[in-house]
Design a protein around this ligand. Sequence first.
Ligand code: FAD
Length: 422
Amino acid sequence: MTKHAALWNPLANDSHPAGWISSDAITLSNLIRQGIQPSPLMVCSGGTSSRCAADGLWTLDLRARHRQLVISEAGDEVEIGAGLSMAEVLEGLQTRGRSIPVGLSTLPGSGFVLTGGISPLSRSQGLAMDHIVGLRGVWGNGDFFELSAPVSPHEEQQQWRGLLGAAPFLAIVTAIRLRTQELTPLVIWRSIGSAQQLSIAMEVAEQWNHSASLQWTWNERIELFIVCFANDAAAIKAVESLKTRLGQCAESSMTMVPGQHAQPPFGTLARSTALQGRIHTEIVSRLGPAWGQRWPALMAELEQLMRRRPHPGCQISAQQLGGKSSQVPVSRTSFLHRDAIWKPWCTATWSAGDTKGRDRALEWLWQTNNLVSDYCPGAHLAQIHPHLSCHKAELHDAFQDWLPGLNQLKTHHDPHGLLPPL
Ligand SMILES: Cc1cc2nc3c(=O)[nH]c(=O)nc-3n(C[C@H](O)[C@H](O)[C@H](O)COP(=O)(O)OP(=O)(O)OC[C@H]3O[C@@H](n4cnc5c(N)ncnc54)[C@H](O)[C@@H]3O)c2cc1C
């Protein structure tokens, strides 16, 4: 049991856990065998999700003891402790001119990699998860594991598949071995657009077949955020041509950065003023195909929902997939929705302690999620919600016909439900 460092996620940080565990894998395995009660055990790596700590439950804090970063001699692989943030991983790799594709923020920890890891670079480099070549840790039953990416179909492939995308339900991963990428400068265009300009940008982006990806967030205003490799002439030409087609966009800026460690913040342009007070949030994420002709109808309904949002922090965002992220066989990982082109996510926000405000925000979240689900049938479990009514439906939408296989793994490797339920 240890004192813990603050958690980035305010909801988790404001919770009152039974206590904190910070141990190496051997002590963890012993503790599990002795029995940790009450369960489920919460697991915290980056501490950025709402469910890494909760009232009355124990939290395993990986940030204190699992911090190694070992780069292979050739630089093409790295082993990271599961307590490092993506910022720390990028910082370590940068010294060797290497990188991995991380998300729109470098704050998240290994939960980002293990739940998929959708990056603005995923269209050309794949998901962060697609870079995993080895995993080490402790199953929910206390057994140790050390697995390498399987080369042929055999029993262990099921375990591998389970851990890549559903690890939070099965095991505690303490170390991850990843393939690295060459660190390459990026060009990033940010701007404020109207709903009409967003429509045009989405229509154009759905045709892209190079490294450019479109991200957007819709709050008080709509922020457009496009990322591509600085050495990808076709992508830069496409971004320039989109800029011309969109015409006047407020606060437009094009920057070149040496890599994702230096990418500008995403989402800050969408609000003119910062939110006041202590804010709690829940986020649900969907995955789905190109929206094409269906987008105007969806946009009209989203406009209505945005007008009725119960708190100024409630927002809808999306990031673009496709390309490399769609080339991994569905049966290889628990990230099933390989055909997804868009990952929209909805953020419900309320002031800490305002229970009515929480109810209103969650009601808005369910309405928005229902609407978006018609267009994006898949769920992305980047945030897990065993404490909310959507949990069962989200599991079904994330894992579909692989859910029985995961339940079988859970029966075997976490029979007493130490980790969140499937
Ligand atoms: C600012 C911000 C930007 C983001 N941008 C993106 C993005 O661009 N793309 C994207 O895909 N996602 C993005 N996310 C979502 C984020 O990647 C997920 O919520 C991720 O699960 C967070 O991981 P964490 O380690 O930081 O969080 P934590 O809250 O510590 O962990 C998240 C969950 O994963 C489980 N978990 C964590 N580590 C382990 C482990 N080692 N073994 C077993 N279970 C574990 C925990 O039980 C917990 O439920 C973003 C989140 C934030 C806050």
